[in-house]
Design a protein. Sequence first.
Lengths: 350, 350
Amino acid sequence: MATMTDVARRAGVSVSTVSYVLTGTRPISEATRDRVLAAMAELDYQPNAMARGLASRKSNIVGLLLPLTGRGLGATETAFVTGATEAAREAGYHLMLCPVGAADSDELQSLATQRLLDGFLVMEVQLTDRRVELLQKLESPFVLIGRTEDGAGLACVDIDFEQTVDDAVAHLVELGHETIAYINHSPASLASGYGPAKRTEAAFQAALERHGITGVMVPTEDTATGGRAAIQRAREERPALTGVLVMNENAALGILAELREAGLDVPGDVSVVSMVTSEVVADLASPALTAMTSPGAALGAAATRVLLKRLAEDDGSTYQELLPCALEVRGTSGRAKKGKAARSARAERQ
Amino acid sequence: MATMTDVARRAGVSVSTVSYVLTGTRPISEATRDRVLAAMAELDYQPNAMARGLASRKSNIVGLLLPLTGRGLGATETAFVTGATEAAREAGYHLMLCPVGAADSDELQSLATQRLLDGFLVMEVQLTDRRVELLQKLESPFVLIGRTEDGAGLACVDIDFEQTVDDAVAHLVELGHETIAYINHSPASLASGYGPAKRTEAAFQAALERHGITGVMVPTEDTATGGRAAIQRAREERPALTGVLVMNENAALGILAELREAGLDVPGDVSVVSMVTSEVVADLASPALTAMTSPGAALGAAATRVLLKRLAEDDGSTYQELLPCALEVRGTSGRAKKGKAARSARAERQ
DNA sequence: ATGAAAGCGCTAACAT
DNA sequence: ATGTTAGCGCTTTCAT
């Protein structure tokens, strides 16, 4: 394993010269640079990452904090991870997976204090998240994926849930739907103050009022079974409903199955729009789900870029970037059946 | 940020003593150990990972090599990653995500030469994989997930595809199925010599012969659409078929939809067994998929443990660990309809 | 059982 | 434009 000293000797220069052609932090004459580069090539030289890190106080590694509990990652989270990894690599950085949830803050404490990582990407951010306070205290650069309750002064990148709900509702309204159900995350998520669940709930209510239509919100588990139960409840509460907005892609498939078995046609009788959905899962359904495609990879890349920018510029400014999910009309949304809706509405009134 | 020198001073000992209480590589009297530990606690001391790495020539980081191209990771791969990450953390190691496919070997070359990583986990191994040769040449410890053509002398952990196919076919045979289709990965995968595709193909043929039943193999894309096309072709070629084995979970959902639309009941008319499937996706289907559940997380953990063991013991021995997928009977498999199969079989003969 | 000191392979002043 | 050298914070001989 050749070291910098070997390269210097071979090129007939000092180690610092070699170091400077590597880092580019001071001018080197064309001639010597060439000699050094040649020597490196001949020796298959690669700088030792540890030595470089120790001397420069930077590792060129960023940590991705994510809770690794239970069911594992969904498609959106996975896309986020890969997006972040790619973006880091393109900038010459590495990405380390750190299984650190909102709970285990001593893990994070030691991680951050070890100086192994230059900064952190924080996934699955809770509305009040101890990791955030800790990182602030330790003065570790970080970027949130998601938002805390009080996002003031923090750098974060997130899905624009408000916009996404607005777009989804608008799509249904344009198709003539006047009674819409919103199948949200679980009651537990809502109770724990999970940001996406809370934000979409509020946005849904606001959208209903703005459009002057009626709706119902049913929280449920993020599974097909959860979706089945939720759509049943929603139809009991609002027999007139012709449109369904669903937060979770797993639940969305359950909803489709339940409607089919109830003898209802999608999108003939009921339209279903799935929020924050990956293309793979959308295409899994039959018909393929009309969905708000989550910008997973783009989010990951954006978060990484923001983090690297602050690392480079020592930029402490607040930075927010919100990416909406893009409406992708596939096979589960269509014009509302006026007749049926009216009939059911009449029945409901009695 | 307290350093080891600070701790030593505070505890009234030398730095080497502090180092030894940390590494435990030489006996320390109870009394001084306590003093050192106390000093560490008071100072919130955490060893500097870079310095430690430079001096000890080990980073306590393992790299996970995985191609990050295109569609992103499936549920099984994701489970693998999380399993590996968890296992590493439990052993005091970190895991770095390295987007390095079978193609980009210079990336790997420099990665391995930088001495940032103590060893490698190699995912998505091709039957002939340049990364393997390279790692061997560079004498970097590594463990494969999957197998190369000639696995002699290599440490690897993989799904036991042969056993999995055997179990799946046996399940169908027990239910009375006598004509079975195997929907494999894409023709391109087969052509490129992708291990799982080749192995399962061979195992399927062998199982057919052993049970004395007939079958047909149709390769197809790993999508719902691909599954639809494949089941159509399979039924054209073997109208009598009552059992379907499918390699890819996405295709499996397409198959269910296509059969339903063709007026066939699952599992009444046709049984479907999905191989190497994640529980989440299995539960997404209606009815839920009878499937061979892929041991994703277990594989990741096993691979990590094997790697860490060789790191610890400088163990160069060949090691193979094959984990079968476990049969999980859900809603898509049932007894074969003798009558219908016989009728179709007769029709076919004419 | 403990200490002193020589590196590990780099970076970044400080020189010239 | 280049060279000299003092660290970076640890591990690990070599002493005692």
